[in-house]
Design a protein around this ligand. Structure first.
Ligand code: ASP
Length: 429
């Protein structure tokens, strides 16, 4: 029989082997993708490799992640809510989390808008005016607010409506706490289910090296880096602001608000970062982000079960950065000056737009359409930047989940719910 100490040590080394394999999968996928792109992707390669093996294995990996999202959020949030000592704590945790999410998004947008105004990536852009983009209509703020409340929890789960699932799970968890002995029995079942689901996350995670390899190889083989060509200024500027935000703003907040080491934080983030990069979906990455926040960053489930699903839906700093730079770029390319007031409107609209739009690939463009309309810029402008969007989507999704995890650590620390031993990896590999 293994003792808890032995099993946590073996969990640790298993985890670090997996991380290595995922990183190798990522690197190999990138190299192979670029090589295939260079040698050409027609005929056999396109049919059997890209649309065959890579497409099938990548899609199975994605499906295996997505299938975990709804049960994981529901079960862990019921357990998390029921384990809070008092209801006022829920309000406090909610307030801090929302405050930090809105704050980091507003900082991200401000940085992006400043960068676009100073660097002027679209100033000398050779505008070909036949760009087309058909925008879908995003929900209004009032619709988003009403839409928080499910009329049918089963439908909310079937549709994967994250905010409705969160509302239902919190209410259910509260009712469990208030139901005395019966509530305790129900909670015991949920606790067991939670352990089983986390085990399932670990089992499916072992697919990650191959899944990540196939997804990345396919994207780079099909896209290559050619699309960047005359959008290089835009592309590099978005990347630079993303890197700046991740490497300066989050570390500063971690140190300032929680006295936590940013190095330890980033060391523990490798698995969710690799999965976010290859799937370009915060939602699909959610099971990994959540497991990582508990097992590697040391945040208690009563915090992670709330902050991570909420973050995957409403906190998208990376997406906000793309929107800020893209708005400036499109305004400059069309020679339209939206003025200071216009840029302030961009910051406010884009912050609000991120609430209520789920973290799935490409959703940033839908939000961008809303922002462009608000400041009377041509929505077709999105057609210009769409060619490089998939590559940027991968990076900004990684930033999005980094923001969710950093805020989770700050909130957990402030509530006395962060294990420093785990965070600093004194009990792990
Ligand atoms: N793919 C991003 C995410 O899932 C959203 C976006 O920027 O399009 O977080």
């Amino acid at each position: 029989m293994t003792t808890p100490v032995e099993s946590s040590a073996s969990d640790g080394s298993e985890r670090s082997r997996l991380t290595k394999r995922i990183l190798i999968g990522m690197g190999l996928g990138l190299v192979l993708g670029l090589v295939l792109n260079a040698v050409g992707t027609d005929g056999l390669i396109a049919n059997f490799v890209l649309e065959g093996i890579f497409q099938v294995v990548g899609a199975i990996f994605l499906a295996s992640l997505k299938l975990l999202v709804v049960p994981l959020v529901f079960v862990s949030l019921v357990c998390g809510t029921a384990s809070l000592e008092d209801v006022s704590k829920l309000g406090r945790v909610g307030g801090k989390t929302l405050g930090l999410y809105v704050m980091t998004t507003a900082i991200a947008l401000t940085l992006a808008v400043l960068a676009a105004v100073v660097v002027q990536p679209g100033a000398n852009f050779d505008l070909i005016t036949d760009a087309t983009y058909r925008a879908t209509t995003p929900p209004t703020f009032a619709e988003t607010l009403v839409g928080l409340f499910p009329t049918n929890p089963i439908r909310a789960m079937a549709e994967g409506n994250m905010l409705q699932i969160i509302v239902f799970s919190v209410l259910f968890g509260l009712a469990v706490t208030l139901s005395g002995e019966r509530g305790k029995r129900v909670l015991a079942v949920f606790e067991d289910l939670n352990a089983v689901i986390l085990r399932l996350v670990m089992m499916l995670m072992s697919l990650a090296p191959i899944g990540v390899f196939c997804l990345i190889a396919r994207v780079f083989a099909l896209q290559g880096l050619d699309a960047i060509d005359n959008l290089a200024m835009y592309f590099v500027l978005v990347l630079a602001v993303l890197v700046l935000h991740a490497s300066v703003i989050y570390p500063t907040l971690l140190m300032l608000f929680a006295h936590l080491s940013p190095l330890a934080f980033f060391r523990s983030m490798r698995n969710p970062l690799a999965v976010a990069f290859s799937t370009a979906s915060s939602n699909a990455t959610l099971p990994i982000t959540m497991e990582n926040a508990e097992k590697r960053l040391g945040a208690d489930r009563s915090i992670t079960s709330f902050t991570v699903p909420l973050g995957a839906t409403i906190n998208m700093d990376g997406t906000a950065i793309m929107q800020g730079v893209a708005t400036g770029f499109i305004a400059q390319a069309y020679g339209i000056d939206i003025g200071l007031g216009g840029y302030v409107t961009v910051v406010v609209t884009a912050t609000l737009a991120s609430i209520g739009t789920a973290g799935v690939p490409g959703v940033g463009l839908v939000m961008l359409a809303m922002v462009l309309r608000q400041v009377n810029l041509p929505v077709e402008g999105i057609g210009i930047i769409i060619g490089v969007d998939r590559l940027l989507d991968m990076v900004r999704t990684a930033v999005n989940i980094t923001g969710d995890s950093a805020v989770t650590c700050i909130v957990a620390k402030s509530e006395g719910q962060l294990s420093l031993d785990t965070y600093e990896r004194r009990t792990q590999d």
